[in-house]
Design a protein around this ligand. Sequence first.
Ligand code: NAP
Length: 278
Amino acid sequence: MIELKGKEYQQKYMPILKDKISKLDKQLGLAVIQVGNDEASNVYVKQKEKKALELGYKFVHKVFEEDVDNETVINYINELNNDDSIDGIIVQMPLPEQLDAALIQNSVNPLKDVDGLSYTNGGKLEQNHPSLIPCTPKGIMALLDEYNIDVEGKNVTVVGRSILVGKPTALLFTNRNATVTLCHSKTKDVKEHTKNADIVVVAVGIAGFLTEDMVKDGAVVVDVGISRIDGKLYGDVDFENVSKKVSYITPVPGGVGPMTVYELMNNVYEAYLLRNNL
Ligand code: NAP
């Protein structure tokens, strides 16, 4: 069994990205919009800020009060859309219920939409056109590529169909000529779809969801889930038992998480290139 180490990937590729950025005649900028004081969001924003500053990006962190309205957030997004010093904009999820997440997400200029969540970028991904791709799915593919795991013709089962992870992951595998099954909470028997898959990606948010009886010998398992229980991080995979059976597996922490952060930084660079037709 080989661990797919996203942390090592990040350490290897961040200096290469930094080098490419240093050749630009402009400082790149990333803006993060947060609403309220969600504890997990605070941790994620801190990680993003740390990496952005390491790369020399301008970093703007705007925090709105929990009871902010759509118009106030969208007006601010429009300011960022028109600000040439900002190349990437992300709206930290989750948002409080009074806000219309899709409306807000789609107010971001698609050329600055470094989370890849706008209808424009989603549509381009579906049609396999160059676009800003959601960071976690993009990171999953990059990590498999790094370990020379070929996906063409493979049977891939993705568990979870969020617009952030599951669906774009299924599209990326489809675009790379894999045969994809997408499971969700209404799937009658998830095991039926995972136990013969060559590659299983789990993004449900339930600690230890994927057990050893659900995977075949030699499978590749990608664990996206992050659950915090008593201050400790757990993935969606029963790592101890599943890892004994598979050929490759991502650990939690140190697997997909660092890939997501890396790809966000990479997307800021790619957004700059796209927006300037470079
Ligand atoms: P989400 O929006 O809550 O989606 C969860 C998905 O899992 C949904 O599609 C849901 O089905 C499905 N699901 C829930 N229970 C299930 C069950 N018993 N059987 C089969 N499917 C089930 O979550 P997300 O944003 O995709 O995130 C998933 C997990 O990944 C979370 O733990 C999150 O913290 C983590 N995450 C990690 C990273 C990283 O960088 N490592 C990045 C993003 C997210 P329905 O659609 O039917 O409700």
